[in-house]
Ligand binder design. Structure first.
Ligand code: CP
Ligand code: NVA
Length: 309
């Protein structure tokens, strides 16, 4: 008998289109069960370890509530109070932790760290954000788009701001799910080609002018100018990004029914105006809530595979 291959979710392109269609449909079903107060415990007695090397509100809460709602429970571990903060090798930590729990979520710095962890893990590992990728968030965003407007295939998404973990994940999503991405980042903060697969090229276009990037978009999205781990660059970034604030003028270039998304936390008056994030086109609270539903579907899929119901 051959051992079952462990699946990890380290970046968006770890799943195929067919698997995304399945997971998004499961997210819809699990959201309905949750809204109906229906008990559903397929992960009864299973344990999720959540390892945080960076701060979090949404990721921690959505994973912890999510595993609990599926019948399991979570253990929160941070660098501050585990041996990881005192230099225990990531490979050793992966060996030990994965012998005691059934699934692991990590938020860390370099993608190489989560890769090395996964290579040494006996159980599925989920990326809860690295410097390079934030796949759980983009999964929630795609689900949110679907709920409001239907399939994202063939649509145009405008990314305004930093070339960060969210953008690199949107680029992978554009290729797998088949939508166009218009990207505008300031001079000096362009895409790192090493993080973009050649096959993604037909799915995105770069614009110097953020207003041009928004033209006829179905969805406009942005994120903080300074991501976690880059705080020393904050002042320089504020100056460089000043014209990359998503405001009403930019939104007016997009389609009349365009949505606005932001993974949160947000800085009103920096990457987005209060008028836009608190306005009628914004779906940011749905995006945040949907982290719960898509990650429940993700954990169910990684641990149980495709179900027949
Ligand atoms: N969007 C997101 O990942 O939020 P947290 O940093 O609060 O987890
Ligand atoms: N790009 C941001 C996302 C926070 C959820 C960061 O990495 O800090």
């Amino acid at each position: 008998m051959t051992a079952k291959k462990i699946r990890h979710y380290l970046q968006f392109n770890d799943f195929s289109l067919d698997e995304y269609e399945y997971v998004l449909e499961r997210a819809r079903i699990l959201k309905r069960k949750f809204k109906n107060y229906e008990t559903y415990h397929p992960l009864h007695d299973r344990t999720l370890a959540m390892i945080f090397e960076k701060n979090s509100t949404r990721t921690r809460l959505s994973f912890e509530a999510g595993i609990f709602q599926l019948g399991g429970h979570a253990v929160f571990m941070s660098t501050r109070d585990t041996q990881l903060g005192r230099g225990e090798p990531i490979e050793d930590a992966a060996q030990v932790i994965s012998r005691m729990v059934d699934i692991i979520m990590i938020r860390t710095f370099g993608q190489d760290i989560i890769r090395r962890f996964a290579e040494n893990s006996r159980v599925p590992v989920i990326n809860g954000l690295t410097n390079e990728y934030h796949p759980c968030q983009v999964l929630a965003d795609i689900f949110t788009y679907y709920e409001h407007r239907g399939p994202i295939r063939g649509k145009t998404v405008a990314w305004i701001g930093d070339a960060n973990n969210m953008l690199y994940t949107w680029i992978e999503a554009a290729q797998i799910l088949g939508f166009r991405l218009n990207i505008s980042t300031p001079p000096g903060y362009k895409l790192d080609d090493a993080l973009v697969a050649k096959e993604s090229a037909p799915f995105y276009q770069e614009f110097d002018d953020p207003n041009e990037a928004c033209a006829d978009a179905d969805l406009v999205t942005t994120d903080v100018w300074t991501s976690m781990g880059f705080e020393a660059e904050n002042e320089a970034r504020k100056a460089a990004f000043a014209n990359w604030c998503v405001d009403a003028k930019m939104m007016a270039r997009a389609k009349a029914n365009a949505l606005f998304m932001h993974c949160l936390p947000a800085h009103r008056g920096e990457e987005v105006s209060a008028e836009v994030i608190d306005g009628p086109q914004s779906v940011v609270w749905d995006e945040a809530e949907n982290r719960l539903h898509v990650q429940k579907a993700l954990m169910e899929f990684l641990m149980l595979g495709k179900l027949n119901h």
